[in-house]
Design a protein around this ligand. Structure first.
Ligand code: UDP
Length: 338
């Protein structure tokens, strides 16, 4: 692996959380890499994380945010050292797509972490479903979390190697001891929900009012489309977005979770918690009806909550991996020298 030098790029909190176990493994094994922060979300990553990266992109603001992200990546030639051989991106953000495309233009090898997630509905989640499908077209090594994601990629006849490694987010949770308390963690932020956040918040508040024996806690996402409705949450404890380690401690104690997050569906199943998913679709079908319970409309939430609350402990094994993904990735990189 001596000839390999990686550019590891991320631009949002969940990308950082899922790349961190790989970065730690690279440090441990002395594998050469540089990190690039694309700047897609600056407000949810700690200053410490942002200051630790080797390079930062600045996204110029234009009339369309997604255009601006792609454009800023494309025009910044300063990020491409002569000796970079491989580019690792995670997930499905617009910055991950843009960096993968720029790497392809330079004929660099692209490694995609958390490959093969699909809803096959290009508008849900938007724009992520397009981004991940497009990334898969130009990837050399697809690191899939589950067998289902690898099957999707095989059916799509993608080029490159397809490997199942589990989801790296679980590597962060290996030493966490879960317990069940009266806490209910709520998170909500997805673009598809922005238009109806008020309806979600009204329903969640109603449930919190009816269940005074439980403590509902919501780390409030900084997006203005979410923030503007926070006055509707009269019966919840509203807190600032939490540092990852603190959030995981809270998650370990929660009775159940209400969320529209992707990563939380994986984390809750590893921590043996049920998660009500406030979305019409999910690209994480593996855990549905065991760990994850879909709630497509806000008005259905109360009924689903009452059912889950009455029977809150899931039965079964986490379908997203065993918390040893970084080690599997190391073996694959050593074996194939992609
Ligand atoms: N998270 C966090 N602090 C919080 C809320 C969430 O560190 O206050 C973590 C959470 O554990 C998960 C990730 O952020 O790993 C989820 O991020 P988000 O919901 O923004 O994105 P998604 O997973 O939907 O891509």
């Amino acid at each position: 692996m001596g000839r390999m030098k990686f550019l590891i790029a991320f631009g949002t909190r969940p990308e950082w959380i899922k790349l961190k176990p790989v970065i730690d493994m690279f440090d441990d094994k002395g594998i050469k890499y540089k990190t690039l922060f694309s700047g897609q979300h600056v407000d949810l990553l700690s200053r410490e994380v942002i200051e630790s990266v080797n390079m930062k992109l600045k996204i110029d603001d234009g009339p369309n945010r997604l255009d601006s992200i792609v454009g800023s990546v494309m025009v910044d030639s300063g990020i491409w050292d002569d000796d970079i051989t491989h580019v690792m991106i995670q997930g499905d953000t617009t910055s991950a797509f843009a960096i993968a495309l720029a790497a392809f233009h330079r004929k660099l090898k692209v490694i995609h972490l958390e490959a093969g997630l699909r809803t096959y509905n290009i508008w849900d989640p938007y724009p992520e479903e397009f981004n991940r499908q497009a990334i898969s077209r130009l990837t050399d090594l697809h690191l899939c979390p589950t067998e289902l994601s690898s099957i999707y990629l095989s059916n799509e006849k993608v080029a490159g190697r397809v490997e199942i490694v589990g989801n790296t987010v679980l590597d962060n949770l290996r030493d966490v001891e879960p317990e069940y308390t009266n806490k209910v963690v709520v998170t909500m932020h997805r673009r598809e929900n922005h238009e109806i956040i008020d309806r979600w918040f009204k329903e969640i508040d109603k449930i919190a009012e009816a269940n005074k024996d439980l403590e509902f806690i919501i780390p409030m996402h900084p997006n203005p489309n979410v923030q503007k409705h926070k006055h509707l949450l009269k019966n919840l404890k509203i807190v600032e977005p939490m540092e990852y380690n603190e959030f995981i401690k809270l998650l370990a104690q929660t009775r159940l979770v209400i969320s529209d997050s992707g990563g939380l569906q994986e984390e809750t199943s590893f921590l043996k918690k049920k998660c009500i998913v406030c979305r019409k679709t999910t690209e994480r079908l593996e855990g549905v009806n065991t760990f994850a319970f879909m709630c497509p409309e806000p008005e259905e939430l109360e009924k689903i909550f009452n059912q889950i609350n009455a029977d809150h402990i899931p039965v079964g094994d986490c379908p997203y991996g065993d918390g040893k993904s970084a080690q599997k990735i190391l073996e694959i990189l050593k074996k194939y020298e992609i």
